[in-house]
Design a protein around this ligand. Structure first.
Ligand SMILES: [Zn+2]
Length: 480
């Protein structure tokens, strides 16, 4: 009797369904769509993935699907799927992306291909290889399957509405996503009106640690350039009397970040790690996986843990550095030098003023000839770790997985979360089903089967618990 099913029976059923290969078959079919979005212009396959693969699945689950044209011609179409039980009920907004990065077909290990799911290993080491298994086809497939089980268990009545937004351009920088959300917020049609946001992308902190993260660090990419003259001059004829732009630039960078990676620009440093963030990160270990690099405890801001330096602090990186020809040096003073830099930052950083802040810093240190130019930026977002939704999600996931749940105030990397947090004004929770060594964006991308199974149960628990008639944070904000 589906309507009298218990939460335990639901999770057991979802686990059985996983064990009989159903989820793997769904993901395999989706991996076979070559939905690369980073080729410069959107291709028809992006729309086909939505229309021919996702819309039929969601229609069966009771969603009304609209494939919308991207307001930005550089981006593929977007799917808005709505499952409305009653306008009076609260609404969950979820998100995923069906596009993937370049397949890099020739670089995969022998026997693997980006466009065919290959399962290898057993137990905790079972891996499902294929482009998008981790980022993001596997993750949205897990969530659709979890939802399907809850809808069946509840005889079609969830007790809340769900809207799904699926984009096809995340790997191309989400063109049009912000514009679409702003339009839908303002046009009075209410397509994306919701009360909470829960979605899945990115990695857990560790394969066996269920994780929820609440936002992401932001980034600003910028270049520093010193143009001393239009051509190189022989160092024997002129060395000693011509300014060397490479040396000037190296010294300029040294005023911005010290020899141990500590950020030195006052206006770009966080004031402190807040007590609630510190509490959330207490005991959280980052890295240490077989494929992870060796981290340096003495790099970055002194006095912070690894997790605090990654998640709760700002870092300035030099991504690329150039003067003269590094591959084939000649005896000449180079005419110019460039450094491509990046600031990763936490919420509260005045990143909008970065160009002016860096300019003033360089001027104050006598480097007026170093030009600063911001090339790309995305904001930082973070739901307060003390928000009642966080406590609720942690409890739900702990019951479903039987494990303690790690709360990351934000991902160290970036996601288009500002669109949901700032444009749509929603509390944002991310429940990732991947893990740090998944090789996302690289050859041999894979999903760990054990994490996928646990993620399926965690999401089924979340979709189930959201239907509780009272006690959820959204009941506090709704008219009774
Ligand atoms: Zn990605």
């Amino acid at each position: 009797m589906p309507s009298t099913m218990t939460r335990e029976a639901l999770l057991a059923q979802a686990g059985d369904w996983f064990d009989t290969g159903h989820l793997q078959r769904d993901i395999a079919r989706r991996v076979a769509w070559r939905t690369e979005s980073d080729k410069g212009a959107p291709e028809p396959v992006l729309g086909a993935y939505l229309n021919d693969e996702i819309v039929p699945t969601l229609t069966r689950l009771g969603f009304v699907c609209e494939v919308l044209e991207n307001p930005d011609p550089k981006g593929g179409p977007m799917l808005v799927a709505r499952r409305i039980e009653s306008e009076a009920l609260p609404t969950l907004l979820s998100y995923g992306h069906g596009d993937v990065v370049s397949g890099q077909d020739k670089q995969w290990r022998e026997g693997l291909s980006p466009w065919q799911l290959v399962a290898e290993g057993t137990g905790a080491s079972e891996r499902w290889y294929g482009r998008g298994t981790a980022d993001n086809k596997g993750q949205h497939s897990i969530n659709f399957s979890a939802l399907q089980h809850v809808i069946t268990a509840r005889s079609g009545h969830l007790g809340y509405n769900i809207t799904l937004l699926l984009e096809m351009g995340e790997e191309a920088g989400s063109p049009g996503l912000r514009a679409l959300c702003e339009r839908e917020r303002d046009n009075g049609q209410g397509r994306l009106r919701a009360d909470v946001f829960i979605a899945s992308d990115g990695p857990r902190v560790h394969a066996d640690k269920p994780t929820v993260f609440l936002g992401s660090r932001g980034l600003v990419n910028f270049s520093l350039r010193v143009h001393s003259r239009d051509r190189a001059y022989h160092s024997g004829n002129w060395g000693g009397v011509l300014t060397n732009p490479g040396i000037v630039l190296a010294h300029a960078i040294a005023t911005m970040v010290d020899a141990h990676g500590k950020l030195l620009i006052d206006g770009l440093r966080p004031s402190a790690v807040s007590p609630s963030v510190r509490r959330a990160l207490d005991g959280v270990e980052m890295g240490g996986g077989a494929d992870d690099p060796q981290t340096n405890p003495a790099w970055g801001e002194p006095g912070l843990s690894t997790a605090e330096r990654l998640v709760a602090w700002n870092t300035l990186e030099v991504l690329a550095l150039g003067a003269g020809s590094a591959e084939r040096p000649i005896n000449a003073i180079p005419p110019a030098a460039v450094a491509h830099c990046q600031l990763r930052f936490v919420p509260g950083t005045p990143w909008q003023q970065l160009q002016d802040t860096v300019r003033a810093h360089l001027d104050a240190h006598g480097f007026t000839e170093v030009a600063v130019n911001v090339t790309a930026a995305s904001p930082a977002t973070r739901l307060d770790v003390d928000n009642p939704w966080v406590t609720w999600a942690v409890q739900s996931m702990a019951i479903s997985t039987g494990k303690p749940v790690t709360v990351l105030p934000n991902l160290a990397g970036s996601l288009p979360n500002d669109v949901f947090a700032d444009v749509l004004g929603l509390p944002t929770l991310w429940v990732p089903h991947s893990y740090p060594a998944c090789s996302q964006h690289a050859p041999n991308e894979h999903l760990l089967a054990s994490v996928a199974r646990e993620g399926l149960c965690a999401m089924a628990g979340i979709f189930w618990d959201l239907g509780a008639p009272q006690g959820l944070p959204w009941h506090d904000s709704l008219p009774v």
